[in-house]
Design a protein around this ligand. Structure first.
Ligand code: DON
Length: 573
């Protein structure tokens, strides 16, 4: 395709989105018949439009999730992609079946401590964040095939088609892309084949048409041959070769042996609302159950009232302490999940919360050092007209992952090895520390904070999730507290609420800049909290709400995603 044609295509796509958004926003004002509404919230309009087109072709929410996830891999390559993984939480309307599809990456079988520590036992700088030792075996391609084949109505050739054309024809990068590429310009200049994300070796300006023809071919192989199109044959060969040249220890068997795991979601109730969320190896669901279990014992007001926020912080502190002590891949370590999420345990853990004073984290257990954070990952929430639902959080971990694109594949590999705990005294990029349960072992899955969640109550069903590393848990927690408290649902408010976070260590309450008043900060300090404003806001929450009353669906995207609510709502086609 000539450059001018590609531009026309891209502009056409953008116009199509605008038109769809206008029509659909018009519909959202009408009271729709029950079970006739579908909604999609994702972090990019082209991804949402991909989901919409698949619904229009007769697909269900699961097909749409495949289309949206694959399109996000193309248009937000810094966040998630075929070289990464994630968790898909599914609800099938026909029989009420719910499952957490674990598409988390696995450590290669050949991994050993020597890849992360030098001869003196010191952690090797960037070993888990950059290059071949940082990348774990990807899970997303297997998940796309699994979700489509087991739950979808359409073949992968149809649900992956929008992603294939976005990759092949190109799309105009937005301001967010331009900003993130600028931030990571030298990383992309020095990575392996990562110049595909640059324009003539430099971060592109917004509007530059990014084409990823190798990625289009890989997506087509996946569409044609299913998971084998990625995990076997030429793509697999290229992955192994490039990763190992970059210091990794992948084998063909690692890729051939990769499987998604269907796990029973974590389920619990909070003040009458039924909550369903991701299972281990995401630590997010367990943390959500623990924090809400503790908080149910107190009378709470809205977020922003220091007495309430103090209790929320104390609950987070304790849940993250347990994460560091007990949680890891359940296929490798015994984790007492049932006990940890039980009411009895919540009662005991909440027992030493002092409503007047902060507990010191070191009184609970551990020590301290420091490191820099980074943010990116993506979330999508979908409901279709049949009542099926998907919440999926997907990632390649830090911005642009490990900085490796194996030749000819277009696949940017993750740096998920950083989500393991190297040692209890070595924090990861999110400053999370953990114990033996989450140490690196061959074929093991690293712990995650990704928390795709459904909340059901008399008002309806809320489908939500967000990126943000360890701060995912507090974002989802705050949104649920507000959703359950408020008699009416204000979805835009839920995704836009000011945020704070505590993760046991470092022992401080992080707040978004200018999000809370001086009085609030003084009141929290008076209770003994160290309050630290972060340099920038965090998260990019995507939420869908389906009302019980009439089945009407709404969607909202976090205003932090560049201040644009990228979503479509529609009656089922
Ligand atoms: O699985 C996790 O918890 C992390 N790899 C997620 C990374 C993330 O959310 C980056 N975000 N903004």
């Amino acid at each position: 395709m000539r450059r001018s044609d590609a531009k026309r295509f891209a502009v056409g796509l953008r116009n199509a989105f605008v038109v769809l958004a206008v029509v659909v926003c018009g519909w959202s004002g009408l009271s729709a018949a029950a079970e006739s509404n579908a909604a999609i919230a994702s972090a990019h309009p082209l991804a949402t439009a991909a989901g919409q087109s698949v619904l229009q072709r007769g697909g269900n929410a699961f097909d749409a999730a495949v289309a949206v996830a694959a399109a996000l891999a193309v248009v937000e390559p810094y966040s998630s992609g075929l070289g990464g993984g994630g968790f898909f939480l599914l609800h099938r309307a026909a029989d009420g079946y719910q499952v957490s599809v674990d598409a988390r990456e696995t450590a290669p079988a050949g991994v050993s401590d020597a890849h992360s520590f030098d001869g003196e036992g010191r952690p090797i700088a960037a070993a888990t964040t950059r290059g071949g030792t940082a990348a774990a075996i990807p899970g997303l391609p297997a998940a796309l095939a699994h979700v489509a084949e087991r739950y979808g109505k359409l073949p992968l050739t149809v649900s992956l088609a929008p992603a294939v054309s976005l990759a092949r024809e190109g799309f105009p990068v937005d301001l967010r892309y331009a900003r993130i590429a600028k931030l990571r310009e030298s990383f992309l200049q020095s990575g392996i084949n990562t110049n595909v994300f640059l324009a003539h070796g430099k971060a592109p300006e917004a509007g530059f048409v990014l084409r990823q023809t190798a990625l289009a071919a890989t997506l087509e192989r996946l569409a044609r041959f299913g998971a084998a199109g990625f995990y076997e044959g030429p793509v697999a060969q290229a992955l192994v070769q490039t990763v190992n040249k970059a210091g990794g220890v992948w084998s063909a068997a690692d890729l051939r042996g990769y499987r998604v795991v269907e796990r029973e979601p974590v389920r619990f109730t909070y003040r009458g609302a039924s909550i369903t969320t991701a299972a281990l190896p995401s630590a997010g669901g367990v943390a959500l159950a623990q924090t809400l279990g503790m908080l149910e014992r107190f009378t709470l007001e809205r977020i922003g009232v220091p007495e309430t926020d103090h209790l929320v912080v104390e609950a987070l502190r304790r849940a993250f302490h347990d994460r560091a002590r007990y949680l890891g891949d359940p296929d490798f370590v015994p984790v007492p999940v049932t006990r940890l999420v039980s009411r009895e345990y919540a009662q005991r853990r909440a027992g030493d919360i002092d409503s007047a004073r902060a507990t010191r984290s070191d009184a609970l257990g551990e020590l301290e050092t420091a490191r820099v954070e980074s943010h990116h990952t993506t979330h999508l929430s979908i409901a279709d007209g049949e009542g099926n639902r998907v919440a999926a959080t997907l990632t390649i971990n830090l911005l642009f992952g490990a900085g490796i694109v194996p030749a000819g594949t277009g696949v940017l590999l993750n740096n998920e090895m950083d989500d393991f705990s190297l040692r209890p005294d070595v924090p990861n990029a999110f400053q999370l520390r953990g114990g033996l349960a989450n140490r690196i072992e061959p074929r093991k899955r690293p712990l995650s904070s990704m928390t795709p969640t459904f909340v059901e109550d008399d008002k309806g069903v809320l489908i939500l999730g967000a990126p943000g590393g360890s701060r995912i848990v507090s974002q989802v927690l705050l949104a649920i507290l507000e959703y359950v408290r408020a008699p009416e649902v204000d979805l835009t408010r839920l995704v836009g609420m000011p945020r704070y976070h505590h993760q046991y260590w470092p022992d401080r309450v992080e707040i978004e800049p200018a999000a809370f008043s001086e009085e609030w900060r003084s009141a929290m300090a008076a209770k003994g909290h160290t309050v630290r404003p972060a340099n920038r806001a965090w998260g990019n929450m995507q939420a869908v709400f389906k009302a019980r009353r009439d089945g009407a669906a709404q969607a909202a995207s976090d205003p932090r995603g560049d201040g644009v609510a990228w979503y479509l709502m529609s009656r089922d086609p």
